[in-house]
Design a protein around this ligand. Structure first.
Ligand code: CS2
Ligand code: MN
Length: 410
């Protein structure tokens, strides 16, 4: 597996030197400043490539931009409205430009309106670390009482609705405002500037789009872009819904193994692939991550390794972002399944043997607590995650692995 790291560009608090000291092998990045739907030009791509190729003292870093996360899909494409055909043409132009720049792996998602959703961006753990958390009762309080979405109460179990009412009544104005800010933060783009009115306007656009319809739009999108990606030797990989269940009445279609199977089969090309994000998918008790890696592995082009602790056994429930080896996903089994997939690829003579992986998110620990960057992307918490994951990879790849399973010799 390639040990990669998400880098937000020169404004990222983590520098190129930091990435090198962390032992990163490849970089995951995006042109966040280009508006969604517009073309990524060769010049802009080249600019980002040169930014990460140099260390502070001007020496070459040897790092390459290996994965795009994300080349975003516009709301118009998701809804098949407005400028969607122009955006589709632009998407294809961007794929050509990425090919010319030598970047082959391209992540995207197909979540309407929201990207990721949490109710707390810095939830304190008993040891003083902080992490992101999704609390179903807080979320219901937001949906039912702050956003006041018609019909919202019907989307939650009755006990959650009751608890949400009580909790909302106890919140002061500042707490309510913070909760709204946290929920809205996961909206892509100018998240902090989103008003509740903006959210309502976005939601109303989906009033007539069912999950089946959205799935058709995703398949239509892939029917256009995946053949081109295949021809260019690129690998597209769809990131799952985070969390993997419907929120705010919006349709969601990439939450389960069955969802992925449907979309992979509908456009049956290796360029139509998967970003297996164990943290997103792991928030649902019925997603078996090592099993998904085993069964869908052929099409997994990118791995996000992260863990969540589920606080409930229901599909829609509270969770927090645990340490990489904590939480509900058996990380050793998942990495083992990924290494087996790589072995199969090696045997089959595939060119893409090494799957890029990155530590997706980390808790804020040590000095992370004193410097607030992008939520979920601290330097030290992620480095700790990468180091732990790297340890598992090294151990499972070592010839001595498995020796412990043998009967002791007398
Ligand atoms: C990421 C997502 O930070 C995160 O949670 O995993 O935002 C991811 O980049 C997008 O959903 C991919 O399109
Ligand atoms: Mn992810």
């Amino acid at each position: 597996m390639r040990q990669t790291w998400r880098w937000f560009g020169p404004k990222d608090l983590v520098s190129v030197d930091d990435m090198m000291q962390a032992g990163v092998e490849g970089v995951v990045s995006a042109l966040h400043h280009v508006p969604t739907g517009a073309v990524w030009t060769r010049e802009e791509i080249a600019r980002r490539q040169s930014q990460l190729a140099q260390m502070k003292d001007g020496a070459p870093s040897g790092l390459r931009w290996e994965v795009v996360e994300s080349l975003p899909v516009s709301e118009d494409i998701k809804k098949q409205k407005g400028d969607w055909r122009a955006h589709l043409a632009n998407y294809k132009t961007s794929l050509h430009a990425l090919r010319e720049a030598g970047i082959e792996v391209i992540c995207y998602n197909f979540m309407p309106v929201l990207d990721w959703t949490r109710t707390d961006l810095a939830w304190r753990r008993p040891n003083g670390a902080t992490c992101m958390r999704f609390d179903l009762v807080d979320f219901a309080a937001f949906d039912i009482h702050i956003l006041a979405r018609p019909g919202a109460a019907e989307d939650f179990p009755p006990d959650v609705v009751e608890d949400a009412g009580r909790r909302f009544a106890r919140m002061d104005d500042e707490t309510r405002a913070t909760l709204a800010r946290n929920v809205v933060f996961g909206l892509p783009g100018a998240a902090e500037n989103f008003t509740l009115e903006d959210v309502r306007a976005h939601l109303s656009e989906y009033a007539s789009i069912s999950a089946e319809q959205l799935r058709t739009h995703l398949i239509d999108f892939l029917s256009e872009v995946a053949p081109l990606a295949q021809e260019l030797g690129l690998r597209l990989c769809c990131h799952p819904d985070d969390p993997p269940f419907s929120l705010l009445g919006l349709p969601r279609v990439m939450s389960t193994e069955a969802d992925y199977r449907t979309v992979m089969d509908a456009v049956d090309l290796s360029a139509n692939g998967i970003t297996l994000c164990s943290g997103s998918l792991g928030a649902r008790p019925d997603n078996d991550l090592p099993g998904m890696m085993e069964r869908l592995g052929e099409r997994v082009h990118f791995l996000h390794l992260r863990n969540v602790h589920r606080e409930s056994d229901t599909v829609m429930g509270s969770f927090y972002e645990a340490e990489h080896l904590g939480g509900g996903t058996d990380m050793v089994a998942l990495i083992g399944a990924a290494l087996k997939e790589e072995a199969r690829r090696r045997k089959a003579g595939r060119a893409d043997i090494s799957i890029p992986m990155r530590p997706d998110h980390g808790q804020d620990i040590l000095d992370d607590l004193n410097r607030k960057g992008q939520p979920g992307y601290p330097a030290i918490g992620r480095l700790k995650g990468l180091a732990e994951l790297r340890g598992i990879m090294a151990a499972l790849s070592h010839p001595v692995a498995g020796a412990g399973a043998e009967a002791p010799r007398s």
